[in-house]
Design a protein around this ligand. Structure first.
Ligand code: ADP
Length: 163
């Protein structure tokens, strides 16, 4: 039987426990998950550079042989095809995610001539209100973010702030 591979594209700036819960749910279905860290030009003032972010996510998953981390530009469907993935993973927190993700999934299927499909997992209830943006805001307010993201992320964010 062939390996079931999927691409998980996103900004992950920073990666949150919400993203991580989607990855662990997807791990039950897929043999390999490639986290594709997008350079998203629509989002200025990001916490980490793309290189720093890839290193950080690699570090978080260093003991998990199912997870690969890459950086990517351009259309995620092309990145999926280049990496032999015919599935992409996305997460759903609420109806606005649903509307956005359904549109994105349909567009991606269409522009890949039906080659790349999307599978969505529901957010863990604990992380329904967790976003990269809220994690950054709460951190800048000096509040504890350990409920929402990994300790490695917090340490790296603290290093950035002290610079
Ligand atoms: P993008 O900029 O492409 O939306 P993100 O890093 O913000 O990238 O999110 C990547 C994916 O993870 C999206 O499908 C998003 O809906 C999902 N996601 C983000 N936060 C959560 C969360 N707390 N629970 C479940 N899914 C989430």
């Amino acid at each position: 039987m062939s390996m079931k591979k999927a691409l998980y594209p996103g900004s992950f700036n920073p990666i949150t426990k919400g993203h991580m819960s989607i990855i662990s749910q997807a791990s039950c279905i897929f043999d390999e998950i490639i986290i594709s860290v997008l350079k998203n030009t629509n989002k200025p003032n990001e916490m980490f550079s793309i290189e720093e972010n890839v290193e950080l996510i690699k570090e978080i998953y260093k003991d998990n042989r199912k997870i690969k981390v890459i950086t990517s530009k351009g259309a995620s469907v092309d990145v999926a095809i280049e990496n032999n993935c015919n599935m992409m993973i996305r997460g759903l927190r609420n109806l606005s995610d649903y509307n956005y993700e359904m549109e994105l999934a349909n567009i991606n299927k269409d522009i890949s001539d039906g080659k790349v499909n999307t599978v969505c997992f529901f957010s863990d209830i604990k992380y329904q209100f967790t976003s990269s943006t809220s994690v950054k805001e709460i951190f800048r307010l000096g509040k504890d973010i350990s409920k929402y993201t990994d300790d490695l992320v917090i340490n790296k964010m603290k290093q950035k702030l002290n610079k």
